[in-house]
Design a binder for this molecule. Structure first.
Ligand code: NAP
Length: 475
C-alpha cells in the first residue's frame, strides 16, 4: 500500500512513507490496551487538562498544520486554517463538557432501589478516516474518545499521511500519553486484523459507501460496534419566497467550499420555478468569478482537487451525465494549469435515469432541478440513496423547519450555511451511514452504558411474579 504525499497543485511527490509492520500493529494494540486500563483509574479532569493543551498546541502550530494540509490535499490555505481552528474548538469543548455529560443518569424504576446508568470506557477504537478534512475528521473521534478513556489506532487515507502523522505528533507533544492515538500506515488486511482483535471494541469510519460496507461487514463478523459517516447528496431547497440575496450568496460557496469535496456539500439544488432562472444566473456568475491557482496564495479562490484520480473520476461522471441527457449550463472546460483543477460546472435537465441523479459527485459540480411545488421539492430531496444533510431557504424559517422535518436526512439547516460544531450532532441515515459524531451523542458512541442497580433489599416478594426476572435468584 503506498502512503504518499503528492502535491495536487504541482503534481510533485513530496514524501513517501513506509507501510506499518504487523509487529508495529501488535505493539500499538498492546500499548493502547494497557493505557485503557490506566485511563480507567484516572480522573477525567487529568485528560481534560491534556485536551486543553492539545487545543493550545494546535493553535501554536496552526501555520505548519495548515500548510501541510494544503500542500498535501490541495485545499485553500484559508480553509485549512479554518479546519485547524475548528479542531482546537472541538478539543476545548470536549475538555470543558465531557465530564459533565458522562455523569451517571438516574432512572426511575419500579425496583426497590436506585438504578443508574454509568458511561464507561470500553477499550480501543479503530479509526478509518478520509483525506478531505484530514485533521477535523481525526479530532471528531479523538477528542470525545480521549475523554471517555478509549485509546485509538488510526488508519488515515493513503494520500494524507503527512497530515495524519503531524496531528498525531502534536497530540503527543501536547502531553497525551503514548498510545492515546497512534497513526499507523496500515493496509486493508491489517485494518481487518485490528478490528478482529479482542482489545479493539469499536470502529469509527468516515469515507465512501463502499469502504463503509466492507469495514462494517468485518466489524459485524467480530461483533464490534461501528459508526459510519459516509457519502451524501445533500439537497439545497429554495422556496419562492426565500431571500434571494442570501440564497445566491450562500449557494455557490455551499458547492465550491473545499473544491466541492465535502460529504455535506450541497450537491443538488432544488429550486422553485418562480426563482429558478434568477438562481441559475447567479450561480453561473459566482462560479465564473473564482480564480484557480496556488492554494497557498491568498488570492486563489478555486483549489485543485485532491488527486489526479479524483479529477478523472469526476470528469467521467460528468461525461456520462451528458450522454444520459444532462445540459451543461456552465463549465466543464479544461483549466490550463498543471494541477488537478476542475472547472466549476452546472448541470441541469437531469432525469431519474441519469446516473448522477443517484450518484455522489465529489467535486465542484452542481446539479440544479426546477420544481413546481413544495411537495415536489420534498419528493425530489428524498429520492436519493443518501440521507446526510441539507439546506432549506424559506421566507419564513418556521415554515422552512416544517419542510426540514419531512427531509430524510440526519441534519437540515434552515436559512443558513451548514454548521459543524462540537455541541451539535453530525451524521446521517440511509446510505450516509449510522451513528453520530460530536455532541453528547458522539461522546457516547463507544461507551458502555452500564446499569448499576443498588437494591434497598433483595426483592424476594416479587420473585414469583416475574418482576424480578432473575433465574439465578431462584432457590
Ligand atoms: P474512501 O475511499 O472510502 O476512503 C476513506 C478511508 O477508508 C481511507 O482511509 C481509505 O484508505 C479507507 N479504506 C478504503 N477501503 C478500505 C478497506 N477495504 N478497508 C479499510 N480501509 C479502507 O473514501 P474517499 O473516496 O477517499 O472519501 C470520500 C468519501 O467520504 C465521500 O463519499 C464523502 O462523502 C465521504 N465523507 C463522509 C463524511 C461524513 O462525515 N459523512 C466526511 C467526509 C467524507 P485508502 O486511502 O488507503 O484507500
Amino acid at each position: 500500500m503506498a502512503y504518499q504525499t503528492i502535491n495536487p497543485y504541482t503534481n510533485e511527490m513530496v514524501k513517501e512513507y513506509k507501510d506499518a509492520t504487523d509487529q508495529q500493529l501488535e505493539e500499538t494494540l498492546q500499548r493502547g490496551h494497557e493505557l485503557y486500563k490506566t485511563f480507567k483509574k484516572q480522573e477525567m479532569k487529568e485528560r481534560a487538562k491534556i485536551l486543553h493543551q492539545v487545543a493550545a498546541t494546535i493553535r501554536e502550530k496552526s501555520d505548519e498544520l495548515a500548510r501541510t494540509c494544503t500542500t498535501e490535499m490541495g485545499k485553500l490555505l484559508n480553509e485549512s486554517k479554518g479546519e485547524v481552528e475548528l479542531c482546537a474548538v472541538i478539543a476545548d469543548w470536549f475538555a470543558d463538557h465531557a465530564e459533565e455529560m458522562l455523569q451517571p443518569d438516574q432512572i426511575e424504576t419500579q425496583a426497590h432501589g436506585q438504578a443508574e446508568v454509568h458511561y464507561q470506557a470500553t477499550g480501543m477504537i479503530m479509526m478509518v478516516e478520509p483525506w478531505n478534512f484530514p485533521y477535523y475528521q481525526m479530532m471528531r473521534v479523538f477528542a470525545p474518545n480521549f475523554m471517555v478513556g478509549n485509546p485509538m489506532v488510526l488508519k488515515h487515507a493513503s494520500n494524507t499521511p503527512s497530515s495524519a502523522q503531524l496531528l498525531a505528533d502534536v497530540i503527543v507533544e501536547a502531553g497525551a500519553p503514548e498510545g492515546s492515538l497512534t497513526n499507523l500506515f496500515l493496509d486493508y488486511d491489517q485494518v481487518s486484523k485490528a478490528i478482529a482483535d479482542p482489545r479493539v471494541q469499536g470502529v469509527a469510519l468516515t469515507g465512501s459507501e463502499k469502504s463503509g460496507a466492507i469495514v462494517a461487514k468485518t466489524a459485524g463478523e467480530h461483533l464490534k460496534k461501528v459508526t459510519l459517516e459516509l457519502g451524501g447528496m445533500d439537497p439545497f431547497i429554495v422556496l419562492d419566497d426565500a431571500n434571494m440575496d442570501e440564497v445566491c450568496d450562500i449557494a455557490w460557496r455551499s458547492r465550491l467550499y473545499n473544491a466541492g469535496q465535502e460529504c455535506t456539500s450541497s450537491k443538488r439544488f432544488i429550486v422553485m420555478e418562480k426563482v429558478y432562472d434568477e438562481f441559475v444566473e447567479s450561480l453561473k456568475e459566482n462560479f465564473s468569478k473564482v480564480k484557480p491557482g496556488d492554494p497557498l496564495d491568498p488570492e486563489t479562490t478555486l483549489a485543485p482537487m485532491n488527486s489526479k484520480k479524483a479529477k478523472e473520476q469526476l470528469q467521467e461522471q460528468v461525461e456520462e451525465a451528458i450522454k444520459a441527457g444532462a445540459t451543461v449550463e456552465y463549465g466543464n472546460e479544461p483549466i490550463d494549469l498543471p494541477g488537478q483543477f476542475f472547472m466549476p460546472t452546472i448541470l441541469t435537465g437531469i432525469d431519474k435515469d441519469n446516473p448522477v441523479h443517484t450518484t455522489e459527485l465529489f467535486g465542484p459540480v452542481a446539479v440544479v432541478y426546477k420544481v413546481a411545488s413544495e411537495e415536489e421539492a420534498i419528493e425530489l430531496a428524498n429520492d436519493s440513496p443518501y440521507g446526510l444533510g441539507g439546506i432549506v431557504f424559506a421566507g419564513d424559517k418556521e415554515h422552512g423547519a416544517e419542510l426540514a422535518k419531512q427531509i430524510e436526512t440526519g441534519m437540515v439547516f434552515v436559512n443558513s450555511f451548514r454548521y459543524s460544531l462540537p455541541e451539535i450532532p453530525f451524521g446521517g441515515v440511509k446510505h450516509s451511514g449510522f451513528g453520530r459524531e460530536m455532541s453528547s451523542m458522539g461522546l457516547k458512541a463507544f461507551v458502555n452504558e452500564k446499569l448499576i442497580l443498588k437494591a434497598d433489599h433483595p426483592d424476594t416478594d416479587n420473585l414469583s411474579s416475574g418482576l424480578v426476572a432473575s433465574q439465578t435468584l431462584k432457590k
